[in-house]
Design a protein around this ligand. Structure first.
Ligand code: DQA
Length: 148
């Protein structure tokens, strides 16, 4: 069975109450449930992981190949903008990553305009609210099906 790992970085556990004018009122659990259902409908397995720690996210990426993960959907939160360690972890594994952001980072503060992970991911989907995640799931499943 194909498997998609959905990873959320720091502060995304606070979705629902965190700056709702930017991130909306949907909780992380709501997002994960929606994605699990979207994948299950296509016979794709999902695993979810959230961490406020860079190392936890890196460990998870490193373990992905051995776990048979076909695709990673990653919202790295603020780590996106400065974590070279996360970038190196993505580059070190042979698992495609789709970078996701809820907000349109390019309309926000300048420090959010740069993604240090962008050069090592397959592509970015951002600015569509929680639909950014469903769009990423759609793409990941389409790619997986094309490989079958
Ligand atoms: C975010 C954008 C980041 O700049 C921010 O640090 C986040 C969330 C988003 O989903 O819009 O934590 O990744």
């Amino acid at each position: 069975m194909s498997k998609i790992l959905v990873m959320h970085g720091p502060n995304l556990n606070m979705l629902g109450t965190r700056e709702p004018e930017i991130y909306g009122s949907t909780t992380l659990q709501d997002i994960n449930e929606m994605l699990a259902q979207q994948a299950a409908e296509q016979g794709v397995e999902t695993e979810f992981y959230q961490s406020n720690y860079e190392g936890g996210l890196i460990d998870m990426i490193q373990q992905a190949p051995a776990k048979g993960v076909d695709f990673i959907i990653l919202n790295a939160g603020a780590f996106t903008h400065y974590s070279i360690a996360l970038r190196d972890a993505i580059a070190s594994v042979n698992v495609p990553v789709i970078e996701v952001h809820i907000s349109n980072v390019h309309t926000r503060e300048e420090f959010r305009h740069k993604s240090v992970i962008a050069p090592v991911v397959m592509g970015q989907i951002l600015g569509f609210g929680t639909d950014s995640y469903s769009a990423a799931m759609y793409v990941a499943m389409k790619k997986i099906k094309a490989q079958r």
